[in-house]
Design a protein around this ligand. Sequence first.
Ligand code: DX5
Ligand code: ZN
Length: 217
Amino acid sequence: MKPLIAPSILASDFANLQKEVEMLNQSEADYIHVDIMDGVFVPNISFGIPVTEAIHKHAKKPMDVHLMIVRPENYLEAFRKAGAEILTVHLEACPHLHRTLQAIKQMGAKAGVAINPHTSVTLLAEIIEEVDLVCVMSVNPGFGGQKFIENTYSKVSRLKDLIISKNSKTLIEVDGGVNLTNAPLLFQAGADVLVAGSFVFNSADPIQIISQLKESV
Ligand code: DX5
Ligand code: ZN
């Protein structure tokens, strides 16, 4: 088994989006990670629905859309129509998480839940069987290029234990500061999907880095 790799388009050259997406199509990437920031849930604004549609127009890999927004339930349908295959909402933004996850699944998408660095995996105990993917934030969401938080390794293994104890098929994704040093350790701890933004796009050879991340375990 190897990890799935989800390069984050946030770190790409937005003036050459088509070229960047075509590069990912040629690579061993499994998903295209699309970061949506609203300037309210997180202190930054990225892009929204039209840009997600534009990425989808060229993408040959499934889009993994990470909604760092308040009231995500109001925008699920729009992002699904824009091509999202996985729709991930933040636990901290969802007072009715169970209802929100059902809504995502009714649209035919996979339902993801992201948790901030301070959020305990124990808060997922009653809902884990309904979740297709948990996105464990290994930086505070809002910006690419931040330093990886070391507590993530033990957090991922606690989450893995919870998933196994419930006999669930939930995938664990790790998002933020992923590189070739921490990737093998995250995989060992139980991560299934690794998101990498700046480490991929700031390198001289992104295709090569994506393949190295996959083979690093
Ligand atoms: C952070 C985003 C991440 C980010 C990852 O708010 O959710 O997906 O783009 O970028 P790097 O890999 O540069 O930390
Ligand atoms: Zn993300």
